[in-house]
Ligand binder design. Structure first.
Ligand code: SF4
Length: 472
């Protein structure tokens, strides 16, 4: 019987059924970090349990690590303690820990793929919502809570009900200045932040097929923001070329064997789906959020909504979001002043993001009064960017080039908004208080749109600021 990738990976990893009726799913790869795992290790100890598969578990630090000075001990006692607890727990359990300055530290969803730990056909878990990122390789990749981290540490399995699968086809060529981030913001805007509840999203179509692995990771990363439990893209030649030669990927003849296995996970041509929608790339413009959820997004040429034009309960959501963002109804989003520009996070903190921005900002400078920071997603990204001289281009343009970490995506570290500052951000969430200030305002957009906003001091159209045309 024809199957889609989700069904194939699921069937390959179900190892039991619990009394609750839920399935027990074997987890091929468990990624842990300093925020959700120390408590889970404590729970394990309380129950007298040990880590079932240390060789399938890998740790890094990302959320709390400062990006200006990472010398130990860290200035923040709590952050230092969290790193130490993780370091001790992983050493005791025999888990590999990518510590700062190891050369492999970074945001957990950047580190897994770049090392080649993330491979097609896997089930992957991590105590962070944006684990869906790994679905770009054709995996079922699930963000889990602390008690589930405990369960996976103890049993290498997760209790779960199967999901429905929605195929989202995006067809055609993207216009100049339109990126993977715009595609996923457009999808979430179209289907809503709860549109994916109960679903895994399969992203397909010619637009997705033409994307690089780093672009595919951006799309899958934000699946969770559309309510989907996970999102994935079928593995193909682009996937295999990305993985070839990576540190933790089999080499030589074993690579060819692995590719054959990986290829077989792709959805069959006659596979069926619980739902399917088709979107056209030509309908997607550079897209930004205006409100307090990633679904409250509009294209750069549009204006904020007018609550009077909105029916039912949604009217209150619009009114509240406009009030929080201090925006009047029907305000053109282009021209809204910003205070901070942030390029980084597991959504858009990879080498290609910085390369794309660097080619545009050469010879330009950040507007007066704008604090602009560029934060590589990992030590490997930082090293590669420095080797290309990208850090110098960013610094010459008035950005601060920082050390790797989650930085201002979640602001569990010193990188925070102050007061009601407005941040043009390449991250993934614009929830109230997300960037460290209870009144801070986040406008999500692509890295090149953040660059345009940084230079103008206001939300701007990347196509106009840098003169991008169809031919460029
Ligand atoms: S960058 Fe943001 S979303 Fe990604 S792992 Fe860090 S805090 Fe989570």
């Amino acid at each position: 019987m024809a199957k889609n990738l989700y069904q194939k990976v699921w069937d390959d990893h179900v190892v039991g059924q619990l009394d609750s009726g839920q399935n027990q799913l074997f987890i091929a790869l468990h990624l842990i970090h300093e925020v959700t795992s120390p408590q889970a290790f404590g729970m394990l100890k309380d129950k007298g349990l040990t880590v079932r598969y240390p060789s399938r578990t890998f740790a890094t630090v990302d959320h709390i690590i400062p990006t200006d000075n990472q010398s130990r001990p860290l200035q923040d006692d709590m952050a230092e303690k969290m790193i130490q607890v993780l370091s001790d727990a992983t050493a005791e359990a025999g888990i590999e820990f990518f510590a700062p300055q190891s050369g492999n530290q970074g945001i957990v969803h950047v580190v897994g793929p770049e090392l080649g730990l993330t491979q097609p056909g896997m089930t992957i878990c991590c105590g962070d919502s944006h684990t869906s990122t790994h679905g770009a390789f054709g995996c079922i990749a699930l963000g889990i809570g602390t008690s589930q981290v405990r369960d996976v540490l103890a049993s290498q399995t997760l209790a779960m009900d199967p999901l429905k699968v929605r195929r989202i086809l995006v067809e055609g060529d993207l216009g100049p200045g339109v990126t993977a981030k715009d595609v996923v913001l457009h999808i979430i805007r179209t289907l809503g932040v709860n549109g994916g509840v109960g679903y895994a999203y399969e992203y397909a179509g010619s637009t997705i097929a033409a994307m690089s692995m780093e672009e595919r990771m951006t799309v899958c990363n934000m699946s969770i923001e559309g309510g989907a439990r996970c999102g994935y893209i079928n593995p193909d030649a682009t996937t295999f070329e990305y993985l070839r030669g990576r540190e933790r990927v089999p080499g030589g003849a074993d690579f060819d064997v692995a590719v054959e296995k990986w290829q077989a996970y792709a959805s069959d041509v006659d596979a069926t789906f619980d739902d399917e929608i088709v979107l056209q790339a030509t309908d997607i413009a550079p897209t930004v959020t205006w409100g307090i959820t990633p679904g409250q997004a509009i294209s750069i040429d549009e204006s904020t909504p007018d609550p009077e034009q909105v029916e039912g309960l949604a009217r209150n959501l619009v009114t509240d979001a406009l009030e929080y963002m201090q925006l009047a109804p029907s305000t053109p989003i282009k021209g809204v002043a910003i205070d901070v520009a942030f390029i980084g996070s597991c959504t858009n903190g990879r080498l290609s993001d910085f390369e794309a921005v660097a080619t545009l900002i050469q010879g330009h400078h950040v507007a007066d009064g704008v604090r602009a920071i560029a934060v590589p997603g990992s030590e490997k990204v930082d090293k590669a960017a420095r080797a290309l001289g990208l850090h110098e281009i960013f610094e010459a343009a008035g950005f601060e080039w920082r050390l790797p970490g989650c930085s201002m995506c979640l602001a569990m570290n010193p990188d925070k908004l102050m007061g009601d500052e407005v941040c043009a951000s390449s991250s993934n969430r614009n929830f109230i208080g997300r960037q460290g200030s209870s009144t801070g305002r986040t406008i999500l957009m692509s890295p090149v749109m953040v660059a345009a906003a940084a230079l103008r001091g206001q939300v701007a159209d990347v196509r106009e600021v840098f003169g991008l045309t169809q031919a460029s």
